[in-house]
Write a protein that binds this ligand. Structure first.
Ligand code: NDP
Ligand code: 2IT
Length: 444
């Protein structure tokens, strides 16, 4: 067995109880074998793979908060600081009942490579809690966020670790957390991104992940002799990423026909009415089943099913492992041309391989959804210089970053004889910069 296989086996043994983390590591390692082969002696001597798979540190803590009936409730909070070789830890906070250490470690691991791909100086981290914001009053959400930050504030800072949003964490939660950080630490600094515009947020950050996903998809299609104009697009999710992916897809001439949430999915043959979706999701915090009231001719289906719809472009934007082998088969049978991941690891390894083997252009999340964290890094820059850039300025930078990512991963895939394998290209290109810095820093 070679170096890479040895390390993979020992990680699998040590963390056999962390399936999501192991899935992310296996996917990255599979792509890296040609790179490791070229530098095996050095990397083995420097224990690069052992170090890159073990977080710098992980904290886990109790989050007690008082609900509206006066009862004390307890959740578990996490922050995994994975790797700060190329910059301060950077990555979102997920609030969802499914959160555990395996989920946060997989997200933190992916974030290391994603952040490297942006070309900006940010390391990788992730955090969150098994708190479920659904059905909670604003006051309960505030109580949770304040308690969560009371502990988290000991480990973060504008130059050490800068959290942001993710599933369940949006502008409201970031606001409560920022307020508590400021109060406890007495510091007005860019410790979180995704902030409101009145207190240091950046224009475009709300739209950035979805818009960025479409900028890279557009570049991918153009470079492969296709275009978005007139194409049918199927999207899963109906949160921050999905809504702004849909908005930009429509602006670029695509017709978006589906969205979903954890209870079901909608199909609108005439194209989704995004104003209705924004009102349902962003204003009323309601279920997608409400959509039929706005558009009586649309369909609402309980359960899974968005990938059964005929489309040219599919954009999974909800959560991990939401596009499985049967979904991949259905997409291919329906002639899908491209699948680009807005969510983190939404496509299983088996489904990814099936899509690639059947000629589907496939861009993994660590490249395709990097626009969110890239714009977070632009928010950090603006906070540091105490200035705000215009919408056009930030949007232009975002577009440039996403176009560069596409060409970098395309070039990396070609350099290693796998032209068009963007999974390999993203892993190789993301890994290169981090390893360079790790080698420069010595044993740490
Ligand atoms: P939101 O909380 O805004 O929206 C999440 C959406 O996904 C909701 O429609 C939600 O449905 C659905 N969803 C969540 N969990 C599940 C589940 N277990 N099964 C089915 N549907 C589910 O989150 P975001 O839009 O911010 O995040 C979506 C994905 O994008 C995540 O993978 C996240 O890590 C990734 N991402 C986010 C970035 C950002 O900037 N926000 C940046 C890069 C990646 P429901 O409302 O019913 O729960
Ligand atoms: O997965 C992600 O890249 C995010 N949730 C965004 C992280 C960030 O720091 O903006």
């Amino acid at each position: 067995m070679g170096y890479l296989e040895n390390v993979l086996e020992s990680v699998q043994k040590k963390y056999s109880y962390q399936p999501e983390f192991l899935q992310a590591v296996s996917e990255v390692f599979e792509s890296l074998s040609p790179v490791i082969e070229r530098n095996q002696k050095l990397y083995e001597q420097e224990a690069i793979l052992e170090r890159i798979t073990e977080p710098d540190r992980q904290v886990q803590f109790r989050v007690p908060w008082v609900d509206d009936s006066g009862k004390i409730r307890v959740n578990t909070g996490y922050r995994v600081q994975f790797n700060n070789s190329i910059g301060p830890y950077k990555g979102g906070l997920r609030l969802h009942p499914s959160v555990n250490l395996s989920v946060i470690k997989f997200l933190g691991f992916e974030q290391v490579f994603k952040n490297s791909l942006t070309g900006l100086p940010i390391g990788g981290g992730k955090g969150g809690s098994d708190f479920d914001p659904k059905g909670k009053s604003d006051r309960e959400v505030m109580a949770f966020c304040q308690s969560f930050m009371t502990e988290l504030c000991k480990y973060i800072g504008a130059d050490t670790d800068v959290p942001a949003g993710d599933i369940g964490t949006g502008a409201r939660e970031i606001g409560y957390m920022f307020g508590q950080y400021k109060r406890i630490k007495g510091l007005y600094e860019g410790v979180l991104t995704g902030k409101g515009l009145s207190y240091g947020g950046s224009l475009v950050r709300t739209q950035a992940t979805g818009y960025g996903l479409l900028y890279i998809t557009d570049e991918l299609l153009k470079c492969n002799g296709l275009g978005l104009d007139g194409k049918t697009v199927t999207i899963s999710g109906s949160g921050n990423v999905a809504i702004y992916a849909a908005e930009k897809a429509m602006q670029l001439g695509g017709k978006v026909v589906t969205l979903s949430d954890s209870t079901g999915w909608i199909y609108d043959a005439e194209g989704i009415d995004l104003d209705a979706v924004k009102e349902i999701k962003e204003v009323n915090r309601a279920r997608l089943s409400e959509y039929k009231k706005y558009r009586p001719n649309s369909e609402y289906h309980e359960g899974r099913g968005v990938w059964s719809v005929k489309a040219d472009v599919a954009l999974p934007c909800a959560t991990q492992n939401e596009l499985l082998i049967d979904d991949a088969k259905a997409l291919v049978a329906n002639g899908v041309k491209a699948v680009c991941e807005g969510a983190n690891m939404p496509t299983s390894i088996e489904a990814t391989k099936y899509l690639q083997e059947n000629g589907v252009l496939f861009v993994p999340g660590k490249a395709a959804n990097a626009g969110g964290v890239a714009t977070s890094a632009l928010e950090m820059s603006q906070n540091s210089e105490r200035l705000s850039w215009t919408f056009e300025e930030v949007d232009e930078k975002l577009k440039g970053i996403m176009t560069n990512i596409y060409h970098n991963i395309d070039n990396a895939s070609a350099e290693y004889g796998m032209k068009g394998n963007y999974v390999a290209g993203a892993n190789i290109a993301g890994f290169a910069k981090v390893v360079d810095a790790m080698l420069a820093h010595g044993a740490c």
